[in-house]
Design a protein around this ligand. Structure first.
Ligand code: PMP
Length: 389
């Protein structure tokens, strides 16, 4: 194995030097004025990155799954029903978390793995049901499928639902205009396109979500994620009266703050365009090698990762060959097809050279595994996309 492999999995991602430096800063008190400034700055930068100037960002020790849990605990009440637009494992996960809180969940599933449910199918259910929430996964990391959350949100609002998006594998890599698109709540995690280490659950609640929380008739059944404890800290910043209930992960928040400042310095539009270009290059590369992808068409495919079927006769042992060539890829995650495909994460700090290195290592791995292809075809196709941009 190479000493330093390039990490190309769908999170966690490689980190910039600035983020690594923030992580190793000397520890301070969680009431230190330097940290209270960092906290405020982090919340303000999150509002910019999510496109939600009037949102309340909750940042808690945890992961994306906890962010889903926070949404499920604070928004719907026991008698509320929820419609989940399911494009893979993370739709299943959201449905099961909502189920833990006793919510009644209906799922609208894609007609096949790699596809998305039609807007008509979603609308038929919205018309007949009295749903409080419509939940969708922007990018389902188990299938590499991206859904049009802008159109889903418009549809949800036509039927009076609150719209919740799992943006864990999308925010800061795919376009997200939470306020403009009327998305009431977006969940995320630090370790994907946001470019920070794992360890932070992030929830951006828009005004309607906060209003729905204040209008609850029943208590929140979660001892820590309850927004009652979090809202003062988010609205007023850290003071003696409004401090974290549990000890905050100080250096993780500082690292996220640096990652956010780097994203904003790059510019959101430029960052999304960069993710789209790199994704196009990698997908052109795998196509040129004769490999097929899980999403059934480019309009369904994420820009933050690629989900690629192994060619006939090959299996996950390919990944060990690719790692020998210096790049770490990820296996499949969808239970029905998990041993038939692999995943390439390309988000966060991803550069053009990272994309080319990945395709080069994939070609070398395929060659070692005995797969026959035109040598260099993948790299040439990717290079073409990148140089024509
Ligand atoms: N949703 C999506 C779309 C994800 O990709 C993931 C993580 N792969 C999660 C939720 C859960 O995040 P975590 O692993 O940080 O709990």
């Amino acid at each position: 194995m190479h000493k330093t492999c390039l990490l190309m999995i769908p999170g966690p991602t490689e980190l910039t030097q600035g983020v690594l430096t923030a992580l190793s800063a000397p520890m301070c008190s969680h009431l230190d004025p330097g940290f209270t400034d960092d906290w405020k700055q982090t919340l303000q930068r999150l509002r910019l990155v999510f496109g939600c100037s009037n949102g309340q960002p909750f940042v808690a020790s945890g992961n994306g799954t906890l962010a889903m849990d926070m949404a499920a605990a604070n928004l719907p009440e026991p008698d509320d029903t929820v419609l989940v637009v399911n494009t893979g494992v993370f739709g299943d996960r959201f449905a099961s978390i909502l189920g833990c809180y006793g919510r009644t969940v209906t799922q609208v599933c894609a007609p096949q793995i790699g596809d998305v449910p039609s807007l008509e199918a979603v609308e038929n259910l919205l018309r007949d049901g009295n749903f409080k929430l419509l939940v969708a996964t922007h990018v389902d990391t188990s299938t590499g499928v991206r859904v049009d959350v802008k159109r889903l949100a418009a549809l949800g609002h036509r039927y009076g639902t609150l719209v919740v998006v799992d943006g864990v594998c999308a925010v800061a890599g795919e376009e997200m205009q939470q306020e403009e698109w009327n998305i009431d709540l977006v969940v995320a995690a630090s370790q994907k396109a946001l470019g920070a280490p794992p360890g932070l659950a992030i929830v951006m609640a828009g005004p309607r979500a906060v209003h729905a929380f204040h209008a609850r008739k029943t208590p929140v059944r979660h001892g820590d994620a309850d927004w009652t404890f979090w809202l003062p800290l988010v609205e007023n910043g850290i003071t003696r009266e409004t401090r974290h209930r549990g000890t905050p992960p100080i250096n993780l928040i500082r690292a996220l703050n640096v990652a956010l400042s780097q994203i904003l310095a790059e510019g959101l539009e430029a960052r999304v365009a960069h993710h789209e270009l790199v994704s196009k290059a990698i997908k052109a590369g795998v196509n040129a090698l004769g490999l097929t992808q899980v999403p059934i068409g480019p309009d369904r495919a994420a820009h933050t990762l690629s989900a690629v079927y192994y060619p006939p006769g090959l299996d996950c042992s390919l990944l060990a060959h690719v790692e020998e060539e210096g790049v770490i890829l990820s296996g499949g995650f969808h239970p029905v097809i998990h041993d038939r495909y692999f995943r390439i994460g390309h988000m966060g700090t991803i550069s053009h050279s990272d994309a080319l290195k990945t395709l080069g290592a994939l070609e070398r791995g395929l060659d070692r595994a005995g797969y026959k292809f035109e040598p260099g075809a993948g790299s040439v196709a990717a290079q073409k996309v990148l140089s024509e941009s």
